[in-house]
Design a protein around this ligand. Structure first.
Ligand SMILES: CCCCC/C=C\C/C=C\C/C=C\C/C=C\C/C=C\CC/C=C/C(=O)SCCNC(=O)CCNC(=O)[C@H](O)C(C)(C)COP(=O)(O)OP(=O)(O)OC[C@H]1O[C@@H](n2cnc3c(N)ncnc32)[C@H](O)[C@@H]1OP(=O)(O)O
Ligand SMILES: Cc1cc2nc3c(=O)[nH]c(=O)nc-3n(C[C@H](O)[C@H](O)[C@H](O)COP(=O)(O)OP(=O)(O)OC[C@H]3O[C@@H](n4cnc5c(N)ncnc54)[C@H](O)[C@@H]3O)c2cc1C
Length: 665
């Protein structure tokens, strides 16, 4: 706790119990406690220092990442941390590195696609870090189009081996995190060829480097693909390039849970949907949604605290200046982002539940919810990451000039976060997947097939296509049914409009292609409906703690009405609401901002972030921003000497030359 609390007055105006809000945010009292312990463990350990990160060279940064990963592992073993604790500890270390891919994709790929025997063999090695793995799918020539990958795995029945080969330059694996320098093994996705036939993409466990001296194995060419956007940020990760020259692996290193190749070379596909091959991506997409709320809440925490400290204008008569947080424009830019952080947190929890439920059904050979899992993970990943990336940049602007300093933490957060819009599926490509499923659902309505899950609202097509909102005052927009109906009608009407337009094209495929910009918007409307619905459902639950439910209710309304205001064109064009009702929603939004204002600092305190994790002089818990900014500036390597290096070579001769010229005049 800080000695001087410059934000004490702000904290005193909160109308709710912050400790209970921490529980609502984290999910349980236990979750608050564990997260708190792990965050403090990391913050108090000098090895995990990160304030100098943006000043390190790429090589220094990479070595620092290796050091932190090794130290984190040492602490996890020494303290016998549980899986939950270890995950949190790694999260608070807050530096992307090979371990993210080892635990986040390599292990899940083996768990999801390996047979029991394969799991038995490989997982214990991975769990103890006797091998380090990555996920090598994307190639130089293809990322989005997984079916277009070119690497081959040709079965050789003579030796009972697969021959892994990169036939072209574009078949080089390109991007996998951890591949460039750290991994000893990879799950490699390649075209399976046996008995002269190409059976498409399958996963294979391939050793890449020696376990003795880390040198690449014969036939394997490996390296890092080069520096990436921003200083520090994702440059701690060794995204890599990999080529194979007829590398042989035993047949049993093909991941054989979904399909097998027999000793004789026969291809056998189990009676399961082939899309299960994409299971690891589905798993990571749902975790990315949970991460979006973390990244967004960090940015919002910094911007809210700083906006409460920063004062500008309003004191002509010598009185106090205005806190920038009191400007209505600051509130209308910032509070929807605060509400979005909470909205993404709750939809992330729900998505995690859905994922677990679908996984259990898959175990029981029930594949009926696979499409729902794909649509929800793809769509929510796309919307939450796009919003979060834009929001971090907005928070930087909300912090004025100081937001542009590395010490604000925002440039690095933006640089590290923005590739989330691309990795694990480009957001446009993923939204088009959602749109395809929407079009399929609309086309099935005529046959009387009742849509289920998050598409169930489409079953009310007769009503939703013609309903008119009953809102007649600003307060009417506080009724969740009014919000729900408007969002459902907008999403359905946009989808039906697209379907009608597509049906007029020469073919379904051509219509889909021509109408894809509209389809993207329809997919976004559907996903926003899911987020709003899950927030409303959350607020309907019993939520303990003085004032907590009321605050969440207000944030839920802010989120919904902000989306309505921002996409008013959709709501009006589809005739769901009138211009007057749109204006009433905006009026209510202004009232909600006033309600949020006294609670704003406490609402970001509820995220319970340590100053170490926030990594921002502007977002400090104690609000003592100016001395920290001043002190931080002097730490820059440029300030190590009063006269800069290069003065004698470049500045002095220039100045002297000009002086000489002037003296001649
Ligand atoms: C200050 C800061 C300091 C540091 C801070 C530190 C941290 C910052 C904070 C946060 C960081 C954030 C997150 C971190 C967490 C994790 C991320 C870590 C690292 C990132 C690693 C990245 C890895 C990767 O990118 S791996 C590669 C991913 N690649 C892709 O996603 C490729 C995308 N393409 C596809 O998925 C597919 O090709 C396609 C687009 C879906 C098309 O597939 P195709 O087979 O061609 O199918 P279609 O013909 O379109 O469809 C056929 C049929 O299948 C259905 N389908 C498709 N996919 C699925 C599926 N997954 N599941 C189920 N069904 C599916 C489709 O609907 C269709 O069905 P139908 O036949 O019924 O119509
Ligand atoms: C930081 C980072 C980490 C990564 N880590 C890994 C990893 O660990 N393992 C791994 O295998 N891969 C990894 N990747 C690769 C990543 O998964 C791909 O870059 C991603 O899936 C996008 O594919 P692409 O690069 O082929 O983009 P492209 O598909 O080439 O996209 C280019 C443009 O084309 C558009 N586009 C493409 N197809 C369509 C379409 N059908 N309709 C309309 N527009 C379209 C896209 O919207 C985009 O604007 C990583 C990438 C990054 C940036």
């Amino acid at each position: 706790m800080a000695e001087v609390d410059h934000l004490a007055a702000e904290r005193a105006t909160a109308r709710f119990d912050v400790e209970e809000m921490k529980v609502a945010w984290a999910g349980s009292r236990h979750a608050v406690h564990v997260a708190d312990r792990m965050a403090r463990l990391v913050a108090s350990d000098p090895v995990f220092r990160k304030d100098n990160r943006t000043m390190l060279s790429r090589k220094e940064l990479f070595k620092d990442t290796l050091r932190k990963a090794a130290h984190a592992w040492k602490r996890i073993v020494e303290l016998r941390l549980t899986e939950e604790e270890a995950d949190l500890l790694r999260q608070y270390v807050d530096q992307p590195g090979y371990v993210d891919l080892h635990w986040g994709m390599f292990v899940p790929a083996i768990k999801g696609q390996g047979t029991e025997e394969q799991q038995h063999k490989w997982l214990p090695l991975a769990y103890k870090f006797q091998i380090i793995g990555c996920y090598a799918q994307t190639e130089l020539g293809h990322g989005s189009n997984v079916q277009g990958l070119e690497t081959t795995a040709t079965f050789d029945p003579k030796t009972d081996e697969f021959v892994i080969h990169s036939p072209t330059l574009t078949s080089s694996k390109w991007w996998p995190g951890g591949l460039g320098k750290a991994s000893t093994h990879a799950v490699v996705y390649a075209r399976l060829i046996t008995e002269g036939k190409d059976y498409g993409i399958h996963g294979f466990i391939v050793q890449l480097r020696s376990l003795e001296d880390h040198s690449p194995l014969p036939g394997v060419t490996l390296g890092d693909i080069g520096g990436k956007f921003g200083s520090g940020a994702y440059n701690s990760m060794d995204n890599g390039v990999l080529r194979f020259d007829h590398v042989r692996i035993p047949r049993d290193q093909m991941l054989m849970r979904l399909s097998q190749v027999t000793r004789e070379g026969k291809y056998v596909h189990s009676n399961v949907p082939k899309q299960l091959l994409y299971g690891t991506m589905v798993y990571v997409r749902q975790s990315i949604v949970a991460d979006a709320s973390k990244a967004l809440s960090r940015a919002v925490c910094i911007a809210v605290r700083y906006s409460a400290v920063r004062k500008q204008f309003g004191s002509q008569d010598g009185g106090p200046e205005t806190q920038v947080l009191n400007y209505k424009t600051q509130q209308s830019r910032l509070f929807p982002l605060l509400a979005s952080a909470y909205a993404f947190r709750f939809v992330g929890d729900w998505l995690n539940w859905l994922y677990t439920d679908v996984t259990q059904k898959l175990e029981a050979k029930d594949f009926s919810t696979l499409q729902e899992a794909h649509a929800c993970t793809a769509g929510l990943k796309a919307v939450t990451t796009s919003v979060t990336a834009d929001a971090i940049e907005e928070c930087r602007k909300l912090c004025g000039g100081h937001g542009y300093l590395n010490s604000s933490g925002l440039p690095e957060l933006f640089a590290v976060y923005v590739p989330a819009c691309t990795y694990e599926g480009d957001n446009v490509v993923l939204l088009l997947q959602v749109a395809r499923i929407l079009m399929k659902t609309v086309s099935q309505l005529a046959s009387g097939k009742q849509p289920v899950g998050t598409m169930a609202y489409m079953g009310k097509v007769q009503y939703l296509m013609q309903c008119k909102s009953a809102v007649s005052s600003a307060e009417d927009w506080l009724n969740p049914d009014a919000i729900q109906e408007a969002f459902e009608a907008r999403a359905l009407r946009m989808a039906v409009n697209c379907a009608q337009n597509i049906s007029q094209a020469a073919s379904q495929e051509e219509g889909f292609y021509e109408r894809s910009p509209d389809l993207l918007e329809a997919a976004v409307a559907h996903i926003q409906l899911i987020i709003v619905t899950k927030f409303i459902e959350k607020v309907h639950q019993e939520i303990p703690g003085h004032g907590v439910k009321e605050q969440l209710q207000a944030l839920c309304n802010v989120y919904a009405l902000y989306i309505l205001h921002k996409h008013l064109g959709d709501f009006l064009a589809t005739g769901c609401i009138t211009p007057r009702q749109g204006a009433l929603a905006n009026e209510q939004l202004g009232k909600l901002y006033a309600q949020v204002r006294p609670n704003a600092v406490a609402l970001v305190d509820a995220f319970n972030y340590t100053d170490h994790y926030l990594g921002s002089v502007l977002g400090r818990y104690d609000g003592d921003v100016y001395p920290a900014l001043y002190e931080e500036a002097w730490k820059d390597p440029l300030n190590e000497t009063v006269v800069p290096e290069g003065y004698h070579e470049y500045l002095r001769p220039l100045i002297k030359q000009q002086q000489l010229k002037l003296s001649r005049l």
